[in-house]
Ligand binder design. Structure first.
Ligand SMILES: O=P(O)(O)OC[C@H]1O[C@H](OP(=O)(O)OP(=O)(O)O)[C@H](O)[C@@H]1O
Ligand SMILES: O=c1cc[nH]c(=O)[nH]1
Ligand SMILES: [Mg+2]
Length: 209
């Protein structure tokens, strides 16, 4: 799976274990999602291009690198993806934020779009799509479809927990994107929930249900 990068850092693994625990409450859960997103963002953005600029230090003039080229757009899949935005935004405060609203039908598990607003134009930006859960892959595939329809080209997808089934589908549908996952779990159950997973990420982040 060459375009799939699974995180190995012990801090990420530790924080994912805290997320999985059903006794972890809303405040800690949403902080952990933000922290994991920042750590994953550090990895996902390690190929950002640099260019040298000239600056004056208090001692002398020198050339020093700054991020160049493509500007960044962070695009959370609502709702749960929102929880990851601040973590990535802390790394690149100038990033623009787009939003794609999708919910999964509880019976068919098919994603339904209810909102889409992306920075315009999006074609020149590096786009980081965030969603903590990649289950059947339906939501991720639909979100990347929308972004491509709006002209998005360079896309990275960040997900904290992924099911093997959804990961395979996303790769097949969009082989050109890079996919960063915190952990690849065992399987989906009959309700298309990830096992062992962490339950419903949106409900746990926002304290609903
Ligand atoms: O890979 P899939 O099978 O499409 O499932 C994953 C999607 O399900 C969850 O969203 P949900 O529909 O629960 O919406 P929410 O974020 O508003 O809770 C999750 O945040 C993903 O977007
Ligand atoms: O396990 C799952 C599957 C989809 N969405 C979630 O929030 N959790
Ligand atoms: Mg949900």
């Amino acid at each position: 799976m060459s375009n799939v990068i699974e995180m190995t850092h012990p801090l990420i693994q530790h924080k994912i274990t805290r997320l999985r625990d059903k006794n972890t409450g809303t405040a800690e859960f949403s902080s952990l999602v933000e922290e994991i997103a920042m750590l994953m963002g550090y990895e996902a953005l390690k190929d950002l291009p640099l260019e040298d600029i000239e600056i004056e230090t208090p001692i002398e003039t020198c050339k020093s690198p700054v991020i160049s080229g493509k500007k960044l757009a962070i695009v959370p899949i609502l709702r749960a993806g929102l929880g990851m935005v601040s973590g990535v935004q802390a790394l690149v405060p100038t990033a623009k934020i787009g939003h794609i609203g999708l919910y999964r039908d509880e019976v068919t598990h098919i994603p339904h779009e209810y909102y889409c607003k992306l920075p315009d134009p999006i074609s020149e930006r590096l786009i980081v799509v965030t969603d903590p859960m990649l289950a059947t892959g339906g939501s991720a595939i639909a979100a990347v479809d929308f972004i491509k329809q709006h002209g998005g080209k360079k896309i990275k997808f960040m997900s904290i927990i992924a099911a093997p089934e959804g990961l395979k589908k996303l790769q097949e549908a969009h082989p050109d994107i890079q996919i960063y996952v915190g952990h690849i779990d065992r399987e989906l159950n009959e309700n298309a929930y990830i096992c062992p997973g962490l339950g419903d990420a949106g409900d746990r982040i926002f304290g609903t249900k």
